[in-house]
Design a protein around this ligand. Structure first.
Ligand code: SME
Length: 152
């Protein structure tokens, strides 16, 4: 399915306009995304809180692991390579960390600062295989670029 992000992105931009609290922004983004697409079963951010360390940020869905080092997980791979990870079947990825046994596919998008540093990653899981495609990648990367401009 090709998801229409136009209204979601408009809602997010309206909701975060003028906001400078990073956690409030991330929580708003997660809420809008998670409640807009029914096969997003886990939607959340992992924030870079120290050298090589990701800590869970605002999320919706079942319990997510609290921290992930850059050398672990699809999130760690995304944070390290600064490249979106579009995973059609998580069981085909040795680096996958399963926070839920029902997860079948995943997309992880980097949030990159203007100076090139990784600020966070946006992680979305689905119980449906190959739930994400190039359309999701392009739109979620555009969203993460907007979010990055609000980082303080
Ligand atoms: N699947 C992620 C871990 C985070 S849980 O999915 C919320 C990974 O492999 O990095």
């Amino acid at each position: 399915m090709v998801r229409d992000y136009s209204q979601v992105l408009a809602n997010i931009e309206m909701a975060i306009e003028g906001e400078d609290d990073w956690i409030a922004i991330l929580a708003t983004v997660v809420c809008e995304l998670h409640n807009s697409f029914e096969d997003f079963h886990w939607t959340g951010f992992y924030r870079v809180t120290g050298p090589g360390l990701l800590k869970v940020g605002p999320y919706q869905g079942g319990h997510g692991c609290l921290e992930i080092t850059f050398d672990r997980g699809i999130c760690g791979t995304c944070a390290t390579t600064q490249e979106t990870q579009l995973v059609e079947n998580v069981h085909q990825r040795e680096d996958h960390i399963a926070c839920s046994s029902s997860t079948m596919s995943e997309i992880v998008v980097p949030v990159l600062a203007e100076d090139g540093k990784t600020l966070a990653v946006l992680d979305i899981d689905s119980d449906i295989e190959a739930a994400f495609d190039e359309n999701d990648k392009v739109n979620l990367e555009a969203l993460c670029a907007i979010i990055a401009t609000h980082f303080r």
